[in-house]
Design a protein around this ligand. Structure first.
Ligand SMILES: Cc1cc2nc3c(=O)[nH]c(=O)nc-3n(C[C@H](O)[C@H](O)[C@H](O)COP(=O)(O)O)c2cc1C
Length: 184
């Protein structure tokens, strides 16, 4: 199972990115989690560019297509999502490969419920399949943990493992994806 992780934070010391990297470290057997590195390199969404889609957007769409599920973690900025994650999602609105894509949300701050609610609304509007049982809040704001410490902390790895297990179970129950080429 291939999972594409997308962080809504561009900070080098981002808790959300560290949480996603921790998920990659502790992924269960058969699950590979790759952290998408291009959020900051995407051009600002402009529908006029859909006729000649910029290379970084094609790369993002390709990574989404190759993923069985997405794992998204975004900070809350001014009671909304970050511009980075909204911009990445805007580029996926008209992308056929996004429809029905299973998505789980990680939230690194218990108080950041406005951003989580906004993400849920956006993702549902985009016809993603939210895996609710794999969405988890792990309160990290005051914990002062880096990725290494998160990987060693049961209060992080416990709920994270459960969330990843729920993603894997969802994938195991899902009907096989239809091939993108004709099968004779
Ligand atoms: C510009 C800005 C606005 C923020 N607005 C909120 C907010 O509305 N609600 C909140 O809970 N935290 C808010 N925060 C705090 C961030 O969500 C918090 O620092 C989080 O850890 C950042 O995520 P990161 O560590 O992955 O970069 C804000 C931070 C910044 C820089």
């Amino acid at each position: 199972m291939n999972v594409l992780a997308i962080s809504g934070s561009l900070r080098a010391a981002s808790l959300n990115s560290a949480l996603l990297r921790t998920a990659a470290r502790i992924a269960p057997p058969g699950m590979r989690i790759n952290l998408y590195a291009g959020v900051g390199a995407l051009p600002l969404f402009n529908p006029d560019l859909e006729s000649r889609v910029p290379a970084p957007v094609l790369a993002l769409r390709g990574e989404v297509d190759r993923a069985d599920a997405l794992l998204v973690a975004s900070p809350e900025y001014a009671r909304g999502v970050t511009g980075g994650i909204k911009n990445a999602l805007d580029w996926l609105v008209s992308h056929k490969g996004f429809v029905g894509k299973p998505v789980a949300l990680l939230n690194a701050a218990a108080r950041a419920h406005h951003a989580q609610d906004a993400l849920r609304l956006t993702l549902r509007t985009m016809s993603a399949t939210l895996i609710e049982e794999a969405c988890v809040t792990i309160a990290l704001l005051a914990a002062n943990l880096d990725e290494e410490a998160m990987s060693q902390c049961d209060a992080v790895t416990g709920p994270l493992s459960e969330a990843l297990g729920a993603m894997r179970a969802h994938h195991a129950q899902a009907p096989p994806r239809s091939p993108s080429f004709p099968v004779r």
